[in-house]
Design a protein around this ligand. Structure first.
Ligand code: SD4
Length: 291
C-alpha cells in the first residue's frame, strides 16, 4: 500500500517540498501542493535558475518558463515570461482561466498583470554581476550541474492517490534571447497521467525536447517499468544516440507511479531528488550513467 501523500522534486529543495507537504497534510490537492512548493523557489533570490534572481539570457533579460498539469490531464504553460516571478501560478491561471494551454512573451505578461500578478524586476544585483562577468568572455557552454541546481520540477501524490506536477525555471543561463527550453513543454519537461504516474526533467532542455523525455518516462511506466527503470531508459535514449555528446551536458529525470514508488536518474553524478514521504524530508543522491 503506498504511503501517501508524497512529494518529490528535482535538486535540493527541502523548503519547497516541506511547503508542498504542508498543503497535502492539510488535505490540499496535489495541484495546490506543487504550485505552492514551486513558489518557494521562485521567490528565493539565491536560486539562480528560477524565478526572481534567475540568471539572464545573453542580453540581460530574465525570462521564465513554467508549466503545470493536474490529475485530469489539463495543463497550462508560460514561456519567455518577463517581470513576473511566480511563473508557475501564471501557468495555472492559463490552465484554469483561458481556453489555451500556453501563452508566450508579451501576451503571457499582459495576461499575468491583468490577473493581478505583481510586475517586478527579476534581475538581482548578484545575477547582474554574474552576467557581467560572463560577458567578459561570453562563451556559451552549459556547465554540468552548476547553473542548474535549483530549477524546480515537482510531483505530488495526494491522500486520494491523485497526481499533479509542475516545473518552473529561468532556463539555461546566458541562453540566446528568445530561447525556450523543455520545462514549459508538456511531455518534455513534465508529464502527468493520473492512471499511471508522472515525470519531470531537468538539465539541458534541448536534449529533453528531442526525446520527449517526460512523456517517454510515463509511457515506459505504463508498459510495466518501475519509475527507476523508466528514468534509466529515458536517459539511455539520450546517451545511446550515435552522435551523442552526453559527456558535455547533464539531464536528470525524477518519476513517481500510482503505487507511490519513485525513481531518479541522470547522465552525470551530483543530480539529486528531494523526497518528502512518511514524515521524512530528504535529499537523495541520484544514480547516474557516466561512471
Ligand atoms: C532548460 N531544463 O531550460 C531547463 C534548465 C534546467 O536545471 O532544468 N536546469 O533547459
Amino acid at each position: 500500500k503506498p504511503i501517501l501523500p508524497l512529494v518529490i522534486a528535482t535538486w535540493h529543495v527541502e523548503a519547497a517540498t516541506a511547503k508542498a507537504m504542508e498543503v497535502l497534510e492539510n488535505g490540499g490537492s496535489a495541484l495546490d501542493a506543487v504550485e505552492k512548493g514551486c513558489r518557494v523557489e521562485e521567490a528565493n533570490e539565491a536560486g539562480q535558475s528560477v524565478g526572481k534572481g534567475g540568471l539572464p539570457d545573453r542580453e540581460g533579460n530574465v525570462t521564465l518558463d513554467a508549466c503545470i498539469m493536474n490529475k485530469h490531464g489539463d495543463c497550462g504553460a508560460v514561456v519567455y515570461l518577463k517581470d513576473v516571478k511566480h511563473a508557475v501560478s501564471v501557468a495555472r491561471k492559463v490552465m484554469e482561466d483561458t481556453p489555451h494551454v500556453m501563452l508566450a512573451g508579451e501576451g503571457a505578461k499582459q495576461f499575468a498583470l491583468e490577473s493581478g500578478f505583481k510586475e517586478e524586476d527579476l534581475l538581482t544585483e548578484a545575477s547582474k554581476k554574474a552576467w557581467e562577468k560572463w560577458k567578459v568572455e561570453a562563451k556559451y557552454k552549459p556547465i554540468i550541474n552548476i547553473e542548474n541546481h535549483d530549477t524546480i520540477g515537482m510531483l505530488a501524490v495526494d491522500k486520494n492517490g491523485d497526481i499533479s506536477g509542475a516545473c518552473t525555471t529561468s532556463g539555461l543561463a546566458y541562453k540566446m534571447n528568445g530561447r525556450v527550453g523543455d520545462s514549459p513543454i508538456i511531455g518534455s519537461g513534465l508529464f502527468v497521467d493520473n492512471e499511471i504516474g508522472a515525470a519531470v526533467a531537468t538539465g539541458l532542455g534541448e536534449e529533453v525536447v528531442k526525446t520527449v523525455g517526460s512523456f517517454l518516462v510515463v509511457e515506459l511506466m505504463r508498459q510495466g517499468k518501475s519509475p527507476q527503470e523508466a528514468c534509466e531508459e529515458a536517459i539511455g535514449r539520450i546517451v545511446n544516440k550515435p552522435n551523442s555528446d552526453y559527456k558535455n551536458f547533464q539531464v536528470g529525470y525524477i518519476a513517481v507511479n500510482k503505487k507511490g514508488e519513485t525513481g531518479s536518474y541522470s547522465i552525470h553524478q551530483w543530480f539529486s531528488m528531494t523526497k518528502f514521504q512518511d514524515g521524512v524530508n530528504q535529499q537523495i543522491q541520484s544514480d547516474f550513467y557516466n561512471k
